[in-house]
Write a new protein. Structure first.
Lengths: 208, 480
């Protein structure tokens, strides 16, 4: 029943109550992995479902992700090395010349909520900066965002150079002017048209 | 004659909104990208500039003086002498313009979506030359020219293909000088451009309360060249602006006034048009919407507030739709928008021909918009009340039960009515006899008719060669 309370707490956007509910569950001896999977991740999956149906609105989805993150913070020190690494690392940034960050940050929050470690490089990120960050952090995913039609060429260029330099991470793209066909054309490994879609895409690409 | 406008606000509401705009600018400020020349001009004008944080604060006295300095009447020039636009429009109504920056084109023949080409833009200009209720033109984003100079190519194509006023949206700080140079070639020189600004410039905030280097450069160079600046704030309620519209209005007005002060600081008397182009955020998807009822209400409210509080010429979307193609939704959304904005008192209605939240255009839609805008302009013109319009002589001279068809007064006024070119007013039988054509079939025929004529507004060859040499220079410098 208490795992259900955690699940429900996230769906009620209750970022105050969720950490306490998680602590209570830990005190009662519930397995950390069960709290993670049946409480936190199950709730976020439901959030994604509801958002996809249009039943949950954007600020509500973000509030749920915040609540989820607060719960995750409690169990993080207790997760096994394997669990902690399980989700993966995502490098995120808006491409060169583009200063828009709302959509990108939304994707970052949802990925964090889903347990991924997100390294957000910000806006107007040059290809060299992406390359340096890949070298330093060894991400499994590099996620590129663009809002302006005029910065679409920068996205193409970044994908091309990352591929040329034999970056092992999967490269995914998104943003208002980006489409699946454009993603295919520039050789990206994936495209999503909203934040929950990006979470599903990352999970699929990493087989999680 | 004055226009007929509705009113959202009481005087005390306007005062309350205005006080908050001044408070926001004076005590909370805006953030500018580093730009030494602009910082220097602002500091000299009495604005508080903190070079460490790049925050700028505007004392109330500076705001009031700058608003006073900005001209309340000026012209948007044009290559064609009869195309010059006096702002505000003397009859109390508005001007209309087409979309800026769309990259999508709904092909009139196939109704299919594709990217805009340079050929499309030239045809777009030719079509607009024939549409009387479309008064000026921005360029679209052409897919088949170098990306780095797409703005320079767009402007050159319009200058060569239309003699109407052109609205210029630079895509980079480095292209601004070439765009102004093109304007000067079309006007006949730098001094001639000051007298007859054939182009006016777009500068935008990066809502909330920030300004990019490119836009500071646009304001700086435009003011130096005495070009009108359309100061645009484009917040999305709930995303880049507060969720509630009065908050968005205050923020948009503050961002516009910040740009106005910048323009006056560089050159007092620089014409500024206030453009609170307000969107709402679809909370189900995060998408910005131009035609939600919230966006329409917020935008028309912002127009009324800014006009009343600061007496500045205003400009907003007055057409367009969130629908991706020409359909029933695109028609009904723009009908509401044009009516609302036309009657809100906006001096310029933008977005004619646009679809999919300003990212695509359709020539077929544009022909319809030209008609709708023309109709709404008739409404916005209000009524002229005098003996002739009250037909006093005819009313008192005629007999009860008689008719007016043969009266000289009717003969004099029988061509006053707006005659649409594409709307059907036939009986069912007559409509059947003419092939029972759907509305858009008729519009397409009109498109063919208009495009079948010669473009009478082409630029002279020698001037066009000068334009080409500026474009080549920009390509050499920027499109490497």
């Amino acid at each position: 029943m208490a795992l259900q309370d955690i699940y429900q707490g996230i769906l009620n956007f209750d970022r105050e109550a969720v950490p306490d509910l998680v602590k209570k569950e830990l005190d009662q001896g519930t397995d950390v992995s069960a709290i993670l999977k049946q409480g936190l991740i199950a709730a976020l999956d439901e959030v994604g479902e509801r958002f996809g149906r249009g039943d949950m609105f954007l600020p509500e989805m973000l509030a749920a992700a915040e609540a989820m993150k607060a719960g995750l913070e409690v169990i993080k020190p207790l997760l096994s090395e394997a669990d902690a690494q399980a989700a993966g690392i995502v490098l995120l940034g808006t491409v060169k010349g583009d200063l828009h960050d709302i959509g990108k940050d939304l994707v970052g929050m949802m990925l964090e909520g889903a347990g991924f470690r997100v390294i957000n490089l910000g806006v107007d990120v040059h290809t060299e900066t992406f390359l340096r960050a890949v070298e330093e952090n060894k991400p499994q995913i590099v996620a590129l965002s663009a809002l302006l039609t005029t910065t679409i060429p920068a996205m193409r260029e970044t994908v091309s150079i990352l591929k040329q330099r034999d970056v092992k991470a999967k490269i995914i793209v998104g943003g208002a002017p980006v489409t699946q066909s454009f993603a295919d054309q520039i050789g990206a490994d994936g495209y999503a048209d909203d934040a929950p879609g990006a979470v599903s895409l990352v999970r699929t690409l990493l087989g999680r | 004659m004055i226009g007929s406008h509705f009113n959202f606000f009481t005087t005390s509401q306007i005062d309350h909104l205005k006080a908050n705009v001044f408070d926001l600018l004076e005590n909370h400020g805006v953030k500018l990208d580093p730009h030494p020349e602009m910082f220097d001009a602002l500091a000299k004008a009495g604005v508080t500039v903190d070079p460490k944080t790049n925050m700028v604060f505007f004392p109330k006295g500076v705001l009031e003086r700058s608003i006073e300095e900005a001209p309340k009447k000026f012209v948007l020039g044009a290559r064609g002498k009869d195309r010059v636009l006096e702002l505000p429009r003397p009859d109390g109504t508005f001007y209309a313009r087409t979309n800026t920056g769309a990259h999508g084109w709904i092909d009139p023949e196939t109704s299919q979506y594709r990217k805009v080409s340079a050929g499309d833009l030239a045809g777009w200009a030719k079509l607009i030359n024939r549409l009387d209720d479309i008064h000026f033109i921005p360029y679209l984003f052409c897919d088949d020219v170098p990306t780095q100079t797409a703005d320079v190519h767009g402007l050159s194509l319009l200058l060569k293909n239309t003699d109407k006023h052109i609205w210029v949206q630079p895509y980079s700080a480095s292209s601004v000088q070439y765009l102004i140079k093109l304007g000067a070639v079309a006007a006949g020189g730098v001094t001639a451009l000051e007298r007859n600004p054939v182009i006016s410039m777009i500068a935008c905030s990066l809502a909330p309360r920030a300004f990019k280097h490119m836009d500071l450069e646009i304001i700086l160079q435009s003011a130096k060249a005495s070009l009108p600046v359309h100061a645009c704030s484009l917040p999305g309620a709930g995303g880049t602006g507060p969720a509630t519209m009065p908050g968005v209005m205050v923020m948009a007005a503050a961002e516009i006034l910040a740009m106005l002060v910048m323009a006056q600081a560089v050159k007092p008397g620089t014409p500024v048009v206030a453009c609170p182009i307000i969107f709402s955020t679809d909370m189900r998807t995060g998408r910005s919407l131009q035609s939600s009822v919230e966006a329409l209400k917020g935008a028309s409210g912002a127009i009324q507030f800014i006009k009343t509080a600061f007496n500045l010429p205003t400009h907003n979307y007055g057409s367009g739709s969130d629908a991706p193609t020409v359909d029933e939704q695109s028609m009904s959304e723009r009908a509401i928008l044009t009516t609302l904005m036309g009657l809100s008192g906006s001096d310029i209605l933008g977005g004619a021909g646009q679809l999919e939240v300003a990212t695509a255009v359709s020539p077929v839609q544009l022909i319809v918009d030209n008609e709708v805008i023309g109709m709404v302009r008739r409404v916005a013109a209000g009524f002229e009340i005098n003996d002739d319009t009250m037909a006093w002589e005819v009313l008192t001279g005629g007999k009860p039960g008689d008719h007016f068809l043969t009266s000289p007064h009717t003969l004099r006024h029988c061509r006053d009515a707006f005659v649409p070119q594409t709307f059907t007013r036939l009986t069912r039988e007559a409509w059947d006899r003419q092939g029972s054509k759907a509305f858009l079939e008729g519009v397409l025929e009109r498109y063919h008719e208009l495009m079948g004529r010669e473009n009478a507004c082409l630029m002279a060859d020698d001037q066009a060669r000068e334009i080409d040499s500026v474009v080549s220079e920009a390509d050499r410098q920027l499109a490497r």
